[in-house]
Design a protein around this ligand. Structure first.
Ligand SMILES: [Zn+2]
Length: 442
């Protein structure tokens, strides 16, 4: 058993323990010095890590996983096939898909997740409040982002008219959601960020106005950026600039923003990003499945960019396991720059500390240290999959497996215990999920 703290000294403590008081960590230490506890959660044969942080997702898309008409498409083709199906999203679908998606993440060792919900069909209701309800029921730490699309096909964008809104409506609803749900205090369970979808689905005016609003409300900014070749072409044709130049031109370049994918920045743009302090959500499975290419993760990290990991929408990556994203990040790092270029510790760091930095919560999330929130995972390194892995539990964690969480603790509370969701409602929720998915895909 090993506690991998990912703290400032990157301490790894064989036989260690983590003491929790209320919602925060009160102590971390070596065997023999355990404080007396009212309740003990055992982690025999486990690797204990900070809870993993998911920096990019579109949870509602789990209603269209592995959807046959879109399975072999690139980004633009995939989106065009799915926009009409997603236009049926309403509060019930947002709530049920979030519940199931958050449960999947928790079972896979995730304790904090973002969500980028950018489809707000007319008459669909308050979708983000519905998701927040699901997160509160399960006890997950949640950073939903108010996504938006304002540039439809009639204005030269990609999405159909039915799923876009006008700029003023988007800005007003963004402000409403921040005022209703955003908790700026340390240890917050819910924070809102603002998230126009991409350069090809919103207007430059909305990007600028959103950056101004985020500044005024002191919330973070999120969007897709530099995801594939079609986007490069689109930006050059429509704006006369590359995607990162356009991002800078609309006032987004700075530490308030983190962006998803970032597969195609050139060396000069990577250096500039390091200076801005803009974070990146690396989504390895999604990049692989959409054939988008290999993100320059190594170069971005060297430039000082915080690079977290994200599972991306369930309809492109189809699975939402942060363990798998961390493993894929490690494998792709080795593929690009050789076996020594990225190990399990780098991937763990990306999935914890760097993810916290993307969300502006360094020191508070993503490390097992006194004063940090009590978000942690016990990974059972046992059974046939781990037989013989004796010398390095951190490397074994990502090189062997697959593995899911034995316990997932969020704010001092076990959301997953002994491999089972603590909330009893999963079967009922899966029935509701199936009913909606069946209706959508008919
Ligand atoms: Zn995405």
């Amino acid at each position: 058993m090993l506690v991998a703290t990912v703290d400032d000294e990157r301490r790894e403590i064989p036989g260690g323990w983590v003491a929790v008081r209320g919602t925060h960590i009160a102590g971390v230490g070596p065997p023999g010095l355990e404080p007396r506890a009212a309740r003990v959660l055992r982690a025999d044969d486990c690797l204990v890590t900070p809870g993993l942080i998911n920096t990019h997702h579109h949870i509602y898309q789990n209603l269209t996983r592995a959807y046959r008409p879109a399975t072999n498409s690139n980004l633009f083709g995939w989106l065009s096939a799915l926009y009409p199906v997603w236009s049926r999203l309403d509060e019930e679908a947002a709530y049920v898909s979030a519940w199931v998606g958050l449960a999947e993440l928790a079972l896979g060792g995730c304790t904090t997740t973002t969500d980028h919900l950018y489809v707000h069909p007319r008459g669909g209701g308050d979708l983000i409040s519905a998701e927040i309800r699901a997160a509160a029921e399960l006890g997950m730490r949640f950073h939903p982002t108010r996504g938006s699309m304002s540039r439809s096909q009639k204005d030269g964008g990609l999405p159909p008219d039915a799923v876009v809104q006008d700029d003023d409506e988007i800005l007003a609803d963004s402000e409403r959601l921040v005022r209703l749900h955003h908790d700026a205090t340390p240890g917050a369970m819910v924070r809102i960020a603002l998230a126009p979808c991409s350069p090809f689905s919103v207007t430059p005016r909305l990007m600028e106005a959103t950056a101004e609003l985020a500044e005024r409300l002191d919330v973070r900014l999120h969007t897709h950026l530099a995801e594939d070749e079609d986007e490069d072409r689109y930006c050059l044709e429509v704006y006369g600039r590359r995607p990162l130049e356009q991002f800078e031109a609309v006032g987004w370049a700075g530490p308030r923003a983190w962006v998803a994918h970032c597969i195609r920045p050139n060396p000069d743009e990577i250096a500039r990003m390091g200076g801005w302090g803009t974070g990146v959500a690396h989504c390895p499975s999604s990049n692989l499945i959409l054939g988008g290419g290999l993100a320059p993760v190594h170069e971005l990290r060297w430039a000082g960019v915080p690079v977290g990991v994200g599972c991306d929408g369930s309809a492109s990556a189809d699975s939402a396991s942060l363990w798998m994203e961390a493993r894929n990040a490690m494998l792709l790092g080795k593929l690009r720059h050789g076996a020594a270029a990225m190990g399990a510790r780098d991937a763990l760091e990306m999935a914890t500390r760097a993810g916290a930095a993307c969300l502006g919560r360094e020191g508070e999330l993503g490390a097992l240290a006194v004063g940090a929130v009590a978000d942690l995972v016990c990974w059972p390194l046992e059974g046939v999959a781990f037989a013989g892995a004796l010398s390095d539990p951190v490397e074994a964690w990502l090189r062997c497996g697959p593995v899911a969480a034995r316990h997932t603790v969020v704010a001092g509370r076990a959301v997953v215990e002994d491999g089972e969701l603590a909330h009893p409602g999963v079967d009922d929720m899966l029935r509701r999920h199936r009913a909606i998915a069946t209706a959508w895909q008919r």
